[in-house]
Write a protein that binds this ligand. Structure first.
Ligand code: PRT
Ligand code: ZN
Length: 227
């Protein structure tokens, strides 16, 4: 079947398969959006809003929102920072919490950020890490890796790593200790900075729908605290 988009509809980019996917879909469903998702397809239509959902790698979402390929996207804030895009952050979504940390082997004598001078840091977030250490005036070397970053000190590739962590279990299992936190992140709904008027109205309509649902969830959690 030929994929054909109705350009009157909004396009929302979400992660196809990863840590944000299930929470993102649950968030959209909770807001009352009816979407039929087939895991083999790269897009899905919404039955009760002029909206098409496109499924992408999270790395591609910030740029696609910035250049208007899609109208809105849901992605980790860490990715927006790494891709260095100018987009509007409309809603913080209260899931996908993590932080980007610098870690070294437990036995290492490195214990704070100043000890990292001239150390090689393995990471999948080269721009963010480089910018951070530049700001601190600490020269470091970056070793870019796509994955399994936690293994690199044991393999002798690097003296430290900079990677995301949420529970801290992966660091512990790999015998690593945190020496610094570069940033905190959660999932965020983003849109283009300048949108033409008609689309802007539709985007605002959708965001208001999603926002009300999120406020209701927050209220519900708050009330539960007092029952
Ligand atoms: O295929 P695609 O490119 O879309 O996905 P990906 O593999 O690049 O990303 P994915 O699915 O791993 O993460 C998507 C987003 O989820 C990230 O950009 C963050 O915004 C958010 N997120 C939240 C996390 C984590 N928590 C997280 N813990 N992303 C990755 N991790 C990894 C981390 O890299 C490490 O390997 O989980 C491991 C550590 O977890 P803990 O719980 O043991 O600390
Ligand atoms: Zn990715």
């Amino acid at each position: 079947m030929k994929t054909k988009f109705n350009n009157n509809n909004l396009k929302l980019a979400v992660q196809k398969q990863g840590r944000l996917t299930a929470d993102t879909i649950a968030f959209l469903e909770k807001a009352g959006l009816l979407v039929d998702i087939d895991s083999r397809s790269f897009y899905a239509k919404c039955r009760n809003f002029p909206l098409d959902i496109v499924f992408l790698r999270d790395d591609d979402i910030p740029r696609f929102v910035e250049n208007g390929t899609v109208d809105i996207g849901i992605v980790g804030e860490n990715m927006i920072i790494e891709k260095d895009v100018k987009v509007k952050k409309n809603l913080f979504l209260d899931f996908g919490y993590c932080r980007l940390v610098v870690a070294v082997q437990n036995e290492s004598s490195i214990s704070n950020i100043n000890d990292l001078k001239n150390i090689k840091i393995a990471t999948s977030y080269p721009k963010t890490v480089l910018r951070y250490f530049k700001q601190k005036n600490i020269p470091v070397k970056i070793y870019e890796l796509e994955g399994s970053v936690e293994l690199s000190p044991a393999l002798g590739i690097s003296g430290a790593i900079a990677d995301l962590t949420s529970t801290g279990v992966t660091l512990a299992i790999n015998d690593l200790k945190i020496v610094d936190t570069i940033l905190y992140s959660q999932a965020v709904l983003i849109s283009q900075k300048n949108t033409e008027k008609q689309r802007k109205i539709l985007i605002e309509d959708l965001i208001s729908k999603l926002n009300s649902s999120q406020q209701a969830k927050k209220l519900n959690t708050f009330e539960k605290l007092f029952v």
